[in-house]
Design a protein around this ligand. Sequence first.
Ligand code: NAD
Length: 248
Amino acid sequence: MMDLTGKNAVVTGSSRGIGKAVALKLASLGANVAVVYAGNKEKADETVKELEALGVKAICYCCDVSSAEQTKQLASQVIADFGGIDILVNNAGIVKDGLILSMKEEDFDKVISVNLKGAFNMTKAVYQHLMKKRRGRIINISSIVGLNGNAGQANYAAAKAGIIGLTKSAAKELAARNVTVNAIAPGFIETEMTDAIPERAREAALAAIPMKRPGQGEDVANAVAFLASDEAAYITGEIIKVDGGMAI
Ligand code: NAD
């Protein structure tokens, strides 16, 4: 039985969507949660209330993960408030889709900056702390698009593929310190991000899923919880697809 009682988790982008499902799942297993949000304090406060109702400690923090300075301050503040960090889930992400021919330079830079550099910044911010503790878990949310590519998402796919390289490199750097670093590659998960996809593209995506249903945040959260648990102690540098078979 997985148990995270007393562990402290930082989950970026956890005021909604997959991040919120992850926060709730970790809390249901006993973990305290630092809810990191980009701008919507109301939603972050709501998440904190739901987490507290599960009997754990929860605090929300406004932080733009693309800022190295802000992530550094965030990590110190969380360590001061919770007494330490055991689990980092790099979930924050954005899309700015378009074909390469029409993709604006700033839309490429922005997606790399939040999705890839954000995960790097957060990893760096907790690196020394986890090394000193000689135990820890980092779980990065990539995407099957990072494995297979996707027309109209060159920026997003490049960032998500970059996350896989970051995950494997960090796994090699931190393994001797008993810190595991893994990634999850979700397929098509129903959230506000996928709600924005036009109906025809949505139907095409659903038709490409062997299990014939979209995933839910909870499907991703269950895999995150496993990787965060003691049961996954000997797994590092791994990429787990949670996609109903979409990328087989
Ligand atoms: P979402 O848009 O509902 O949530 C994204 C979260 O990231 C939001 O809470 C947002 O506030 C936060 N965020 C955005 N920019 C940020 C920044 N600069 N600093 C801090 N936080 C920031 O999307 P979601 O579907 O829940 O996606 C969560 C993660 O899962 C993303 O990394 C996404 O790329 C990935 N993913 C989603 C799917 C899917 O089908 N929904 C598939 C594969 C991967």
